[in-house]
Design a protein around this ligand. Structure first.
Ligand SMILES: *Cc1c(COP(=O)(O)O)cnc(C)c1O
Length: 292
């Protein structure tokens, strides 16, 4: 399995960063692959190796109807020779992301929200054959976290801070672990995209990451998961139209907004170097285009 990646680091020279005398560079994980995008690729890397070592032939996973993880799993399955199947939360629907999943050969099953909550039970109920390999929603797992931690080993310069979007917090846990291993003076900052991101403290410590190892900035969710406001969409247009780096409303737009707001409020000292991780997921725009 070839999991080599292409993810350059590039500087963003926005007037705000010049005014506040901070350096901001972007880790372009959005360039790794168009469909196995960003952190989803990193989370799948060791997971798929594990599936292969266990001689599993079918990846079974879970997600919402617009999940970047489902699309990544569908494409990675096709690329690395696994069958794929997804249990999708809610009523049967179709959309561009699910259509791409189907093109990559993924079998889709829709389950009601109550049943969906118990994923292990769905798995053991439907997947009696021992060729099936369970992958949790969003690719959340210790192996997923390990793959994310490796990002920090790819950098050839030091940073004072690293900033990224959080959904389940698995990527943040990995980056935080990667900082401890490869860049101990670099601080990890997560921008939760869900409302009430406090739950992340528990979930991240369940992955073995200490509270002191990172900071969460809880006020940049714009009303909650997949919610957006005109402020956010015009911010995204402003940044994307002046840098050529595309952001979307669900994850990277909120995280980059959070970063800029922290810079504006002098959270970072002059002279500091900040790495923003573009976690990818640009196909999310396909469900949001009417907002622009
Ligand atoms: C899934 C996703 C995230 C959230 O990752 P977690 O590990 O669940 O916190 C962030 N950004 C993008 C673009 C994503 O697709």
């Amino acid at each position: 399995m070839d999991f080599s990646t292409y993810s350059p680091v590039e500087e963003l020279k926005l007037p705000l960063f010049e005014k506040k005398k901070v350096t901001v560079k972007v880790k372009r994980d959005d360039m790794m692959h168009p469909f196995i995008s960003g952190n989803k690729w990193r989370k799948l890397k060791h997971t798929l190796k594990d599936a292969q070592e266990k001689q599993k032939t079918k990846l079974v996973t879970f997600g919402g109807a617009w999940s970047n993880h489902l699309l990544a799993t569908a494409c990675a399955g096709a690329k690395f020779g696994f069958q794929t199947k997804a249990f999708i939360r809610g009523e049967e629907v179709n959309n561009p992301v699910l259509a791409m999943c189907k093109i990559f050969g993924m079998e889709l099953r829709f389950v009601d929200r109550t049943t969906y909550r118990n994923k292990e039970s769905i798995f053991s109920h439907h997947e009696t054959e021992n060729e099936a390999y369970f992958i949790d929603e969003g690719g959340r797992s210790a192996l997923g976290m390990l793959g994310c931690s490796e990002l920090m080993a790819e950098l050839d310069e030091d940073f004072d801070h690293v900033v990224l979007a959080c959904g389940t917090g698995t990527t943040l846990a990995g980056i935080s672990k990667g900082c401890q291993q490869y860049m101990p003076n670099c601080k990890t900052h997560g921008i939760p995209v869900l409302k009430g991101g406090n739950f992340l403290y528990d979930d991240i410590s369940a992955l073995g990451i200490d509270l002191n190892a990172y900071s969460l900035h809880l006020d940049y969710h714009f009303g909650g998961y997949a919610k957006s406001t005109p402020t956010l969409t015009s911010f995204i247009k402003e940044v994307s139209s002046t840098t050529g780096v595309l952001l979307e409303t669900i994850y990277t737009g909120k995280a980059f907004y959070g970063l800029c707001d922290l810079v504006e409020n002098d959270y970072f000292a002059p002279g500091q170097k900040i790495l923003f991780i573009h976690t990818g997921g640009l196909t999310g725009l396909l469900g949001m285009y009417e907002k622009f």
